[in-house]
Design a protein around this ligand. Structure first.
Ligand code: AVJ
Ligand code: FE
Length: 437
């Protein structure tokens, strides 16, 4: 993809798609709800809105186009590192109307820049083609963050979407897939919009292992609960045990037991927990405990990526489980088209060469791995995107959820969070060693 006109079109499409979603997520509730804090874990929606545009201004208007700051006095308000989420409601935030005006002013200027900037070569301070992709991904990541805020919000439903297509289910599928041992290429040096932490491509030798064909379902997770899993310290990492004790946690977030059945609240609607859907809103500790109870373990990050990308016939690593083509609605449940994961076994066209399903979309999958740099990692364009998060405190999630747009999701994409977090769209699948070949 070297044709500058195609790069321009791709950047324009990505920015436009992201903005349509941002507009919906910030217009389907009233101004009072935009400025309210629905959870101390989240920013007010109006903070996300102006933060998206402030980042866009910094990277495209200032860094790429070399222009003066439009509103230098607000940079610090929208700096995610200066103010933790819980403190953001107290900041002198732009009011909803001001934030919208700022967003459309910045976007107008940026589209002008996009039209005039040579996307190959040229004197830009940062690589322009990459910067547009990075900004579109950043906005989409906040669209997922804002959807999490919507899920935490109380009150009647503000969002609606059709259910995912029924799918073929899991009948006839093997419970697990053998991924053969040997080297594979992890990460990427070629993907134009890959972020710093996905780079560079490098070889990893991964011993043979088995991985679940589909993510762990609500039904399977209910069996763990029914077996007393939350009351049995044997299954839990010590910090996880402490967390569930301290907070009285006995089920995934948003679940409640009523009249002998499990119900859950989903975007303002209460419904029975569907047994065939991948489990959602579990912490790393819950995923880890379930896996131990099941006599298994979480996959490592490199196992997950090998299961998703390794083509045993060609020996190549693919961009996505199904190949190198961009995702379509036949491949995966992405982009907030549906506001829930699809039943386990869905999207057969999206399976990996070895037959693993739903690796991309539906639910983010916890891995056992800490978030660490790849050999040869170089922070860009700023240390705060990834580097400051490296270390044992954050666990890696892979594969993207129903809430993430295709532009911010691929076989190499890495997400991370604290192991206690469960408001995110997180699920998991399990794995086990295959032993000596
Ligand atoms: C990659 C989802 C962990 O939300 O903290 C947004 C993405 N970085 N703005 C986050 C991000 C800066 C990031 N995650
Ligand atoms: Fe951000």
């Amino acid at each position: 993809m070297t044709d500058p006109e195609r790069l321009r079109r791709r950047a324009l499409d990505a920015l436009t798609t992201a903005r349509a979603r941002t507009a919906l997520l910030t217009s389907c509730v009233d101004d009072g709800e935009l400025t309210a804090q629905h959870s101390p874990l989240m920013s007010p929606l109006v903070w996300d809105l102006a933060h998206i545009s402030n980042q866009e201004e910094q990277w495209l208007w200032r860094a790429v186009a070399g222009r003066e700051a439009l509103r230098p006095e607000i940079d610090s308000i929208y700096d995610a590192f200066e103010h933790p989420r819980a403190a953001r409601p107290a900041l002198p935030l732009l009011a909803p109307a001001e934030a919208r005006a700022y967003a459309s002013d910045v976007r107008g200027r940026v589209l002008d820049v996009l039209e005039r900037t040579p996307l190959e070569g040229g004197p830009a301070l940062v690589d322009a083609a990459f910067a547009f992709g990075m900004v579109a991904q950043h906005e989409q990541q906040h669209d997922e963050t804002m959807l999490i805020t919507h899920q935490l919000r109380r009150g009647p439903a503000a969002l609606d979407a059709p259910a995912p297509p029924p799918g073929p289910g899991t009948a006839g599928l093997p419970a697990e897939v053998l991924v053969p041992g040997g080297p594979f290429t992890m990460g990427t040096s070629a993907e134009p919009w890959a972020l710093d932490n996905e780079r560079p491509a490098h070889t990893r030798v991964v011993p043979a292992f088995f991985i679940d064909t589909v993510p762990v379902t609500n039904g399977a997770y209910m069996a763990f609960i029914a077996d007393g899993g939350y009351g049995d310290e044997r299954w839990w990492a010590p910090e996880g045990w402490a967390q569930i004790r301290a907070h009285g946690i006995g089920a995934p977030l948003f679940w409640r037991r009523e009249g002998g059945q499990w119900l859950r609240r989903r975007f303002g609607v209460v419904e029975p927990v569907p047994e065939d859907e991948p489990v959602l809103h579990v912490s790393w500790y819950e995923a880890d405990a379930y896996a131990r109870w099941a006599g298994r373990r979480l996959p490592t990050e490199e196992e997950w990526e090998k299961a998703a990308r390794h083509d045993p016939v060609s020996g190549r690593s693919l961009r996505h489980p199904w190949g190198d083509d961009d995702p379509t609605p036949e491949h995966a449940n992405l982009g907030q088209r549906h506001l829930r994961p699809a039943p386990a076994g869905s999207y057969p066209a999206g399976r990996s060469p070895l037959g693993v399903r739903q690796l991309i979309g539906d639910v983010w999958e916890w891995t056992s791995s800490d978030f660490l740099p790849y050999p040869g990692f170089v922070a860009f364009p700023y240390r705060e995107y990834s580097e400051v998060f490296f270390g044992p405190g954050h666990k890696v999630l892979r594969g993207g959820s129903f809430a993430v747009d295709p532009v911010a999701c691929r076989g190499t994409f890495r997400n991370w969070d604290l192991p206690v977090r469960r408001q995110i769209f997180s699920g998991f699948r399990t794995a086990r060693d295959a032993g000596a070949a």
